[in-house]
Design a protein around this ligand. Structure first.
Ligand code: NAP
Length: 292
């Protein structure tokens, strides 16, 4: 298949670029080459004659989205609408990457594809709009991921949570981390592999959750990073309401997939994925912790 990746230099885009070419012809397009919020710019997608267009582009600085709703909706809603429109015109499949933040977090157990979205911040509302607009192309996939960590780091956020924690720990800075928001940490390499399988297996069009298995709080996630790396900075659990932030966040946004399981796809545990990430980044040589 010929697959075009929009946002190819991003955290997930980089791992898609590494994973998909094993079996497919892949074209990666940077932000410089295509601006999703501009329909005319999106017409360039047609020149590549793709079978599938994967749209990873987003404005996802959650607090900044509250301050800049116009930009948020242009990139996260008008963008997917443009990509879906162009895809439909050339009878290509559209794949839109969405988020756990389309849920309100009140379920208190992992959300499946069957659960009703109810976003509580501007970012989540814009991504839900992006999901709905993507569906204007009947040949669509909506892939929800969460709390990504990948070797490239999120270009939109300037790194990722794991890297931020390691940098602080190595400086022995006191670290306070939220212990009452639960999520499913997800390695972009694993998400990219799931996406590859979905495309190759020609799973029915629709919505899929593509996170690693399991969930934890941000505090527990941090403890696991430090434990694997034998780091011992001063680490304190805090409540979300102790932080002054612009955007409300769901208190429990863990995802699981019932649909992938039905097709024999079983994502691995986030703890295992985290170890492999630390190995990929050179922090660990094997599953055995090294002295820092
Ligand atoms: N990161 C997370 O924890 C997380 C959690 C849940 C869901 N998601 C979703 O997962 C997807 C991938 O996230 P990520 O962490 O890989 O993001 P990322 O690293 O910020 O990558 C986004 C990519 O899209 C490009 N881009 C941004 N705005 C664009 C625009 N208007 N037109 C065209 N390209 C544009 C960026 O290029 P420049 O950097 O050059 O602008 C970058 O290459 C996003 O859709 C996000 O909403 C992410």
């Amino acid at each position: 298949m010929k697959i075009v990746i929009v946002g190819s230099t991003g955290q997930l885009g980089t791992d898609l670029i590494k994973t998909l070419p094993e079996d497919h012809e892949v074209v990666g397009l940077t932000h410089h080459e295509v601006e999703v919020s501009n329909y005319t710019s999106c017409l360039t997608l047609k020149e590549h004659h793709p079978d599938v267009i994967i749209n990873t582009a987003a404005f996802h600085k959650t607090d900044q989205c509250e301050e800049e709703p116009e930009k948020t909706f242009l990139v996260n809603a008008v963008g997917p609408r443009n990509v879906a429109r162009v895809s439909k015109e050339i009878e290509a499949t559209t794949m839109f990457i969405s988020t756990d933040y389309i849920f309100d977090g009140e379920k208190n157990e992992p959300y499946t594809e069957e659960d009703a979205p109810n976003p509580i911040n501007t970012y989540g509302i814009s991504k839900l709009a992006g999901e709905l607009l993507t569906k204007q192309n009947p040949k669509h996939y909506v892939i929800r991921v969460a709390s990504l960590f990948g070797a490239a780091g999120a270009s939109g956020k300037g790194g990722n949570f794991v890297e931020t924690m390691i940098i602080k720990a190595k400086k022995q800075e006191p670290i306070s981390v939220i212990d009452d928001q639960y999520m499913s940490p997800t390695y972009t390499r694993d998400a990219a592999k799931i996406i590859k399988t979905i495309i190759e297996s020609r799973l029915p069009f629709g919505t899929y959750h593509a996170t690693n298995k399991g969930f934890c709080t941000w505090f527990h996630f941090t403890k696991q990073i430090f434990s694997l790396l034998n780091l011992n900075p001063p680490l304190t659990p805090i409540k979300a309401n102790q932080l002054q932030v612009k955007a409300r966040r769901p208190k429990f946004s863990a995802l699981k997939s019932t649909k992938l399981l039905q097709h024999g796809i079983q994502p691995r545990e986030w703890t295992e994925a985290l170890s492999d990430y630390l190995i990929e980044k050179g922090y660990l040589k094997s599953a055995t912790p090294l002295k820092s």
